[in-house]
Design a protein around this ligand. Structure first.
Ligand SMILES: Cc1cc2nc3c(=O)[nH]c(=O)nc-3n(C[C@H](O)[C@H](O)[C@H](O)COP(=O)(O)OP(=O)(O)OC[C@H]3O[C@@H](n4cnc5c(N)ncnc54)[C@H](O)[C@@H]3O)c2cc1C
Length: 294
C-alpha cells in the first residue's frame, strides 16, 4: 500500500535503512521505511497518506538532536532533508524545513542579511531548529522567525511567531505533533563582510569548545540555573565511558561515539550521568536530545 503510494507519486524511499547513517550520533538499528519527499507538496501528501493509513511515522531533519535505539524503528521515517529551498524577499527570507542551517547562514551572509549569524554553527535543518528553538551565542531562531507554516495532519496552518510559543530550547511544536513545512524569517540589512567575520569568529569559538571530530548529538541535557556541562564537569564525569561511548573531554555536555558505539551504551552513559549529578547536587538533568524508539 505505502510502496504503491510512493511509487505512484514518484517519492523516493529506502527499505530497512540504518538509522546510524541518518543521525549524527551514529547509532541505532534499521528503519523499516525512510521516505524522502522533495517538495513541501510531497511532504504534505506523504504525511496525509501515513495519517489516513494509521501508519506510525517520525519526522527527521538532520538527525543531529536524535538518538535512535538499537532496535530500530518499525514505522516510516519521513526525512525532510531534500525539502530544501531558500527565497529572499527584501529583508525577509522564506525557507523550507529541510534546508540545512549552515546553508541558510551562507545565503544570509551573501545577501547581507544580519541577525541569523548563529545559524552557521547549528548543524541540522531549519525545521529541527524551529522545533527546538535552537541557537547559540545568546541568539536563537525565535529571534528571527516571523511566520511558520505547518501541516497538522488535515490542513496547512500559518502561525505567527507569538503562536509558536518559543522558549529556551522549546516551542509549541514539541507539544503539538505538527509538521513544520516552511518558515519566514525577518532579518536586518547589514554589511556582508561584517556578517562573514562574525560567523567566522563564532565557528572558531565552537571548534575550540566542542568535540568536532567525533560523532555526537550536541548537548545531551538542557541547561538549568547552572549549565548542565558545568555540573557534569564538577562531578568529574568527563571521560566517563561505557564501551565506545564517553562523556567528552572537550565539553562535558557532549557524549561522543568513539566509533562503532551502540545506542544502549549511550543511554546507559546518560543514565549514569543523571544519577551521579542527582546524587551530588540534587539536580535532575533533563534530556534536550530526543530518543527515537518503537
Ligand atoms: C556537533 C553538534 C553541535 C550542536 N550545537 C548546537 C548548538 O549550538 N545549539 C543548539 O541549539 N543545538 C545544537 N545542536 C543540536 C542540534 O543540531 C539542533 O537541535 C538542531 O536544530 C536539530 O535539527 P535537526 O534538523 O537535526 O533535527 P532532528 O535531530 O532531525 O530532529 C529534532 C526533533 O525535531 C523534530 N523535527 C525535525 N524536523 C521537523 C519538522 N520539519 N517538523 C516537525 N518536527 C520536526 C524531530 O522529530 C525531533 O523530535 C548541536 C548538535 C551537534 C551534533
Amino acid at each position: 500500500m505505502l510502496e504503491k503510494f510512493l511509487q505512484k507519486n514518484k517519492i523516493d524511499f529506502r527499505r530497512d535503512f540504518p538509522l546510524s547513517v541518518l543521525t549524527s550520533m551514529g547509532v541505532g538499528g534499521k528503519a523499516k521505511w525512510v521516505i524522502y519527499p522533495k517538495t513541501v507538496a510531497q511532504l504534505v501528501k506523504t504525511i496525509k497518506f501515513l495519517t489516513n493509513d494509521n501508519k506510525k511515522f517520525y519526522l527527521l531533519g538532520g538527525g543531529t538532536n536524535v538518538i535512535a535505539s538499537d532496535g530500530g524503528y518499525s514505522g516510516a521515517i519521513v526525512s525532510t532533508t531534500k525539502v530544501s529551498k531558500i527565497k529572499r524577499l527584501f529583508s525577509t527570507v522564506l525557507v523550507t524545513a529541510g534546508t540545512p542551517m549552515p546553508l541558510l547562514a551562507l545565503n544570509l551572509q551573501k545577501w547581507g542579511l544580519g541577525g541569523g549569524e548563529f545559524a552557521c554553527c547549528i548543524p541540522g535543518t531549519v525545521g529541527g531548529a524551529v522545533v527546538g528553538n535552537s541557537g547559540c551565542f545568546s541568539h536563537s531562531i525565535a529571534d528571527v522567525v516571523k511566520r511558520v507554516w505547518v501541516f497538522d495532519g488535515t490542513k496547512v496552518r500559518v502561525l505567527s511567531k507569538e503562536q509558536c510559543l518559543f522558549d529556551y530550547r522549546t516551542s509549541i511544536f514539541q507539544v503539538e505533533k505538527w509538521v513544520v513545512l516552511a518558515v519566514q524569517l525577518k532579518l536586518n540589512k547589514n554589511d556582508s563582510a561584517k556578517i562573514k567575520q562574525t560567523m567566522q569568529s563564532m565557528k572558531v569559538q565552537k571548534a575550540r569548545s566542542q568535540p568536532t571530530m567525533l560523532k555526537s548529538a550536541g548537548c545531551i541535557f538542557r541547561n538549568g540555573l547552572v549549565p548542565s556541562a558545568k555540573l557534569i564537569d564538577n562531578a568529574h564525569l568527563k571521560g566517563y565511558g561505557i564501551n565506545k561511548v564517553a562523556v567528552s573531554h572537550v565539553h562535558a555536555g557532549f557524549i561522543v561515539n568513539q566509533g562503532g558505539a551502540k545506542a544502549s551504551d549511550v543511554l546507559d552513559v546518560i543514565s549514569h550521568v543523571k544519577n551521579v549529578v542527582k546524587e551530588k547536587y540534587g539536580v535532575t538533568l533533563k534530556e534536550e536530545v530526543k530518543i527515537l524508539d518503537d
